[in-house]
Design a protein around this ligand. Structure first.
Ligand code: ASP
Length: 439
């Protein structure tokens, strides 16, 4: 058995957190490969090292003095080194970083140093080999991640290696120039390494004990999710549930490797298992509820719409031409509605309206704003009669007016549109009916 373990920024924020991490790694000899983030926040008012690096580099780009800012970053690392009682100096590394900042090596290079230095410290602390991902994680010239080449390189590099620490978040173009993933990208690095070494499990250690059925800002201490499938997770993540980087599932998914989300501050918790498919029933009919505010919808009616070939395409063309992505398109016989993100739509709305008129000649067009979408997701809904009925009676009971219903044919989710102001109330009502009362 071989496990890849990735630790996020809050798990590596200071020496005390590093010690917890080392205890976790040593507690299980199967934890061979360790992927690290940069030091995160030590408390609510603190700043992540990655953010400090971006800020410091911005000064360098403007030819301003950045020595105070860089010294503050160096101090954070030195505090960790001192706290761990290591005989390690990053002085030369910081001289090189200063030089490269002055030479304007790019903001990706700057940000990547957070993970790079943390990787050096962790490898030194654990006595594991250090692997710089710039050697093995590759991007094409157009900036896209080269998954297959990377997979070959990482697996070749780690063949025969017993234990290693690999910095998260970045890789390089073929010419060696550093390139990062988007923010939170160390999750992707962990997944890449897990795929390359055919790990049995990818453990992703963070500061929460896995996924919760819904947002703890809306429901006080929501129930945890024990097992969730990749597809369920996609649905929930798309609607705003965030614990793991959205792209982190793709490499492991290719190999059928499960992800286990764990809590560094509470290692005894089982966390959440993210799997391809499972025979395990979720505890409740639903797996999770997530949602987002801030949508608009465009309602269109036209007599005999159902028999007019290409009608929907022509309407959607108007959105595409304005480069607006579409969230949902529920439709009736002579009506259709297009849901879009309000922020993206609002400045272009009149251009879209006139183009719909030109292309599709509707009888009636009306825009509504300030809507929220809620996704009720669960593999268990498929075999259960009356799920939709329970959702809607729960919402009726608390006087929430449902503006839209969309059930995907996979029966994995039901999307409900409500007014922004009913958003929290609706989530509470759905949570109550499925989790609290477990009807
Ligand atoms: N340190 C990077 C960030 O703050 C990447 C990561 O932590 O995954 O986004």
């Amino acid at each position: 058995m071989s496990k890849v373990v990735k630790f996020g920024g809050s798990s590596l924020a200071d020496a005390k957190q590093f010690q917890k991490v080392a205890d976790i790694i040593k507690a299980d000899p199967e934890r061979h490969f360790v992927v690290v983030s940069a030091p995160g926040k030590r408390n609510d008012k603190d700043t992540k090292v990655t953010d400090m690096l971006y800020k410091t580099y911005a000064l360098a780009e403007d030819d301003k003095n950045f020595s105070k800012e860089l010294a503050a970053i160096e101090a954070r690392y030195n505090e960790i080194i001192k706290g761990l009682k290591l005989k390690l100096s990053l002085k030369e590394e910081f001289e090189k970083i200063e030089e490269n900042f002055k030479a304007k090596a790019g903001s990706d290079y700057a940000a990547s140093r957070g993970e790079y230095l943390n990787g050096i410290i962790m490898s030194n602390y654990l006595g594991f080999e250090f692997v710089d991902p710039a050697e093995v994680i590759l991007f094409d010239d157009d900036g896209s991640f080269d998954a297959e080449m990377t997979n070959r390189k990482v697996s070749k590099r780690l063949r025969g290696v017993e234990n290693a620490v690999i910095s998260g978040f970045y890789g390089a173009y073929e010419n060696g120039k550093i390139k990062t993933f988007s923010r939170g990208g160390s999750d992707i690095t962990g997944s890449i390494v897990a795929r390359a070494i055919h790990a049995d499990v990818y453990e992703n250690w963070t500061d929460v004990s896995g996924f919760l059925v819904t947002d703890p800002r809306i429901i006080d201490k929501p129930a945890p999710i024990e097992t969730i499938t990749y597809t369920e997770l996609r649905e929930l993540a798309y609607m705003g549930a965030s614990v793991l980087h959205e792209d982190a599932i793709f490499p492991v998914r290719k190999e059928g490797i499960p992800i286990n989300i764990r809590n560094t501050n509470s290692p005894e918790d089982a966390g959440t298992w993210i799997v391809e498919s499972t025979a395990k029933k979720s505890k409740y009919t639903i797996t999770g509820i997530a949602g987002k505010k801030g949508f608009c919808c465009v309602n269109i009616s036209k007599d005999m719409m159902n028999s007019e070939v290409g009608y929907v395409r022509r309407v959607l063309q108007a959105f595409e031409d304005q480069n607006i992505s579409i969230e949902h398109v529920p439709s009736g016989i002579d009506t259709m509605t297009v849901f879009v993100a309000q922020e993206e739509f609002i400045d272009k709305e009149q251009a879209v309206v006139s183009e719909i008129h030109r292309l599709a000649k509707p009888d009636l067009l009306e825009i509504e704003s300030d809507l929220a979408l809620i996704a009720v997701v669960g593999r268990g809904m498929k075999r259960q009669r009356g799920t939709a009925a329970r959702i809607f009676s729960a919402l009726a009971h608390v006087s929430v007016n449902v503006r839209m219903i969309d059930q995907g044919s996979s029966e994995l989710n039901i999307i409900i549109g409500v007014e922004n102001r009913d958003f929290e109330k609706a989530i509470k009502a759905i949570y109550d009916i499925f989790v609290v009362t477990q009807l």
